[in-house]
Write a protein that binds this ligand. Structure first.
Ligand code: ZN
Ligand code: ZN
Ligand code: FE
Length: 675
């Protein structure tokens, strides 16, 4: 028996550590029942709910291999645990106020506790505009009153979080309905056992502070998923900002000492407890994109849920993922496992978390892959990790090919497909930045059939923040050096000297690399039409441009397909000239954005039709971060789905958080029977 079980491999072992599960209705009921022995107890759970992955220290998953090992069950809890009829039978984190973890309220700096009881002390501080670091399942959140402009501004300032939107937690579905009109799919996502943050279009009348989300009407909303959250929200009685506790883009805090160190100066107090977090696991993020629930970040609640592969891999593979929004993936036999969301691999702390999470997932799966898949970009920390680690084989995978194969894998399609991969950037075989790609894709190879005419980025990465540079290059190219720069409001905000430097860079082709990413067109058009010279974070102006579009049908601008280049390029210069003309004639940004989106949809559909006219009716995969844009995604789908099978992402993120799966399958297919 033992032998057979062993050979069944990693799949079964991983299943023995499930993802974390949101508090079930019965446990929630007990927590609010004054007669129940768990009344007010923040660590209540049962076999249907509670922490799992985030408390597991080893396999197999039993109490001794979790951070609950140090708590001796009392006789009542023990009885429940051993009674096969009880709903807490073998609930590994089972606990009660007598024997289990306890809350503690710790003030930082000059703050004082006005109450003795930790939950009340936290609620009182929150209601008076304070910031509290709250220890959750996979890490700390920073909490404050979501209706208080002052509290949110203070948090933004202390956290140095530019202008990125903050997620908010509301008490229940009814409270979520007050903030936004919910579709049935959105309700299902919000109340699902995984409890992701769900992006919703907020009602203007929602009563929330405008500082929550300065650029977009979309708000990240989620429901309580631990008894601690339920109790806290119950006491505060209003929506709370609950944002991952970190500074800038470092990994989420998980230990009490670490929180005290890293969050002093940000939080006024901490609401902590003595159940340790074994594995950091940030919140997942989802959105319904034209009717389809789509994960944008796959982490808490989903990790380490296995994904079945239609074609098993021949050897265990670790795929190291991309650079931004990094997640890695381990594929074994017929199953793939994503690790938790690591974030942007830009700091030592993030790389350490990446390594720690890889080690942990390997331990859980009892596997140490000898084959490593990585991005082609030589400077990515994920690439450097792969190159430094001892391995039998390493396979460099093109970024957009990986995006497409991730979409194929999610649908069990072995190829070939026409992959349409639109994003901000990804390293191309020619060393250029790609991101407007039409790829005939197989698991082991691809052919680049078309792309977008590139925009040059004067100053390289500087242009990501100073997006006016991208706009400058766009109009300069479209008007062949005779652009009406002086007439465009955008450039009023830029000094003549800075403009001169950029003009020189473009003219002499100095530090002005060409980028094919569709995301750069969003930056450039958004900067121009909204007169916004800078992005305070990656994609800020692009997002503002996405949501700027007026609803309804719009006429596309003109565009061309330039077949004199290899591969052919979608040339939007006619569209740029029309849009600039409209802008100067006083057209509204809403109309220009609507027509811009219509142009992208039309160009994508025309090129797809042309390519598939030649190749035959292959399935079409829509992938890459730009396809999180619902106008574009639904527009392209509407044009194609009657003729072709359209593959869209659901549980694998369309953005860079999803590419590790494709990397793993490409590496395996590439090696074939070798290696
Ligand atoms: Zn329960
Ligand atoms: Zn107990
Ligand atoms: Fe990408």
């Amino acid at each position: 028996g033992f032998q057979i079980e062993e050979s069944e491999g990693a799949g079964d072992k991983a299943l023995s550590i499930p993802p974390d599960l949101a508090t079930c209705a019965e446990c929630e009921g007990e927590v609010f029942d004054p007669e129940n022995r768990r009344h007010g107890y923040a660590f209540t759970n049962c076999t249907a709910c509670g922490p799992r992955f985030t408390i597991a220290t080893d396999i197999p998953y039993d109490r001794q291999s979790t951070t609950m090992a140090r708590f001796e069950m009392c006789s009542d809890c023990r009885r429940e645990y051993e009674d096969s009829e009880d709903r807490r039978y073998h609930a590994q984190p089972n606990a009660c106020p007598r024997c289990g973890p306890r809350l503690r309220f710790v003030t930082l700096g000059n703050a004082v506790a006005l109450e003795r009881e930790p939950l009340r002390a936290a609620a009182t501080l929150l209601r008076s505009g304070g910031i509290v670091g709250v220890k959750g399942l996979g890490g700390f959140h920073l909490a404050c009153d979501a209706r208080s402009s002052a509290a949110i501004s203070k948090l933004r300032e202390r956290k140095r979080r530019d202008e990125k939107p903050f997620a908010i937690m509301v008490r229940n579905l009814a409270a979520a309905r007050e903030l936004a009109e919910l579709s049935p799919e959105e309700e299902a996502l919000l109340s699902g056992v995984e409890r992701p943050i769900v992006l919703l279009r907020a009602r203007p009348s929602a009563g929330l502070a405008p500082e929550l989300s300065p650029d977009t009407p979309f708000l990240g909303v989620f429901l309580p998923y631990t008894p601690l959250h339920h109790l806290l929200l119950g006491k505060v009685e209003g929506p709370l900002v609950m944002t991952s506790a970190n500074v800038s883009d470092e990994p989420i805090c998980k230990d009490d000492d670490e929180a005290r160190r890293r969050l002093s100066g940000i939080a006024d107090a901490l609401l902590v407890h003595d159940r340790e977090i074994a594995m950091r696991c940030d919140d997942s993020v989802a959105r319904v994109i034209s009717g389809v629930p789509t994960l944008m970040r796959r982490s808490r609640g989903f990790v380490p849920r296995p994904m079945m592969l239609s074609t098993p891999v021949s050897r265990p593979i670790l795929a190291c993922g991309a650079h931004l929004k990094n997640t890695f993936c381990i594929a074994v036999d017929d199953t793939a496992y994503f690790g938790p969301h690591i974030g942007d691999l830009e700091s030592v702390a993030a790389l350490e978390f990446f390594e720690e999470a890889v080690e942990r997932m390997q331990a859980i799966l009892s596997v140490r892959p000898e084959v490593l898949a990585h991005d082609l970009h030589p400077a990515y920390l994920s690439t450097r990790y792969a190159l430094a680690r001892v391995a039998e084989a390493r396979v460099g995978v093109q970024h957009h090919h990986a995006h497409v194969v991730s979409a194929m894998a999610e649908h069990g399609v072995d190829g070939p497909v026409l992959g349409i991969a639109f994003d901000g950037t990804g390293y191309g075989e020619d060393g250029a930045s790609w991101g407007g790609e039409f790829l005939l894709s197989f698991p082991e190879r691809y052919e680049r059939l078309a792309t977008f005419r590139p925009i040059r980025l004067a100053g390289g990465n500087v242009a990501m923040r100073e997006v006016w540079r991208i706009a400058y290059a766009l109009v300069d190219d479209a008007f062949d050096g005779a652009a009406p720069i002086e007439s465009l409001a955008l450039f009023d905000a830029v000094s003549g000297e800075a403009r001169g430097v950029v003009a020189q860079m473009l003219e002499r082709d100095l530090n002005a690399p060409a980028a094919h990413g569709v995301g750069r067109y969003f930056d450039a058009f958004g900067a121009l039409a909204l007169a916004r010279p800078e992005s305070s974070y990656e994609g800020q102006v692009a997002i503002a441009w996405d949501v700027a579009a007026d609803e309804g049908a719009h006429e596309p601008y003109r565009f061309e397909l330039d077949e004199s280049t290899t591969p052919p390029q979608i040339d939007l210069r006619p569209a740029v000239r029309e849009a600039v003309g409209a802008l100067l004639a006083g057209a509204s940004p809403g109309v220009i954005s609507g027509r811009f989106h219509a142009t992208l949809v039309e160009a994508t559909a025309v090129v797809t039709e042309q390519l598939l006219g030649r190749l035959g009716p292959l399935p079409v995969a829509l992938t890459g971060g730009v396809f999180q844009n619902s106008t574009l995604c639904s527009g392209v789908q509407a044009k194609l789905h009657n003729k072709y099978k359209v593959l869209r992402h659901q549980e694998v993120p369309p953005g860079d958080g999803g590419i590790a799966l494709g990397q793993a399958l490409i590496a395996d297919a590439f090696l074939g029977d070798k290696g």
